[in-house]
Ligand binder design. Sequence first.
Ligand code: BTN
Length: 267
Amino acid sequence: MRLDIARLREAREGHRIGIPLVYRETTGSTNDDAMELGRQGAEEGTTVIAEEQTRGRGRLGRQWVSPPEKNVYLSVILRPPIPARLAPQLGIVAGVGLVEAIRNWVPEAALKWPNDVLIAGRKVAGILVEMVAKGDDVDFAVVGIGVNGNMRIEEFPPELRDTAGSLAIALGRDVDRTELALAVLQHLEAEYETYLQHGFAPVRIRWLDRAAIVGKEIAVRHGNDEVRGVALGISDDGTLELRRADGQLVEILSGDVFLDERGGARN
Ligand code: BTN
């Protein structure tokens, strides 16, 4: 079933995020569309949502599987008055909003740094933040969110079948994608409002509370590099803080987190 765009627009009327809502039946990537709109001066909150992406992009140059009418693919333009170096905070803000939205369906959903949402160790949602700076400050950022709503395991490429999941897989029934998109926009707005009014500190506390990795033995891989240690938390810059076995504290800028086998998760 298609998204109910009239319902989405009506529900977001008067809000900061989700309106204007640009609807595409099919597009390359909603992030690319939103970046283009941002460059043209689109107002904060402008959102692009699509039924399908033909070149959906994930973090670290990966592909994001985006078949038609299965999942939620949306990108939101934000114009926060913050220095460009703090832009990674936006991914953390969005991650908290996203996990809150998904918890309406699956209460045990948790975050994995930087902002993946896991259910039973399987990744069901991810966020790709892209930013354009003006001088030292953020001009605008695009927060791209993908949530696997109604994907079945066999619909993922074979290499993802051990690690990817969806709400439908977790629940054993389909979810209403319009409701899911609405929940994502509502919770994203709530977290973003908190961030604008009270700064990063309360968002960080909420992130830590919902993170599957804090206090656990993890490995972070980026290309051929691997760092192991205990995840301590996140810094003001959104970096991951880790204590290695030799006691040294390290800050990780980007990479993939793997929980130790004893953590019971596969990715
Ligand atoms: C990740 O690798 O975890 C991030 C995935 C982000 C996917 C979303 S889907 C909507 C938006 N458009 C894209 O091309 N990517 C993001």
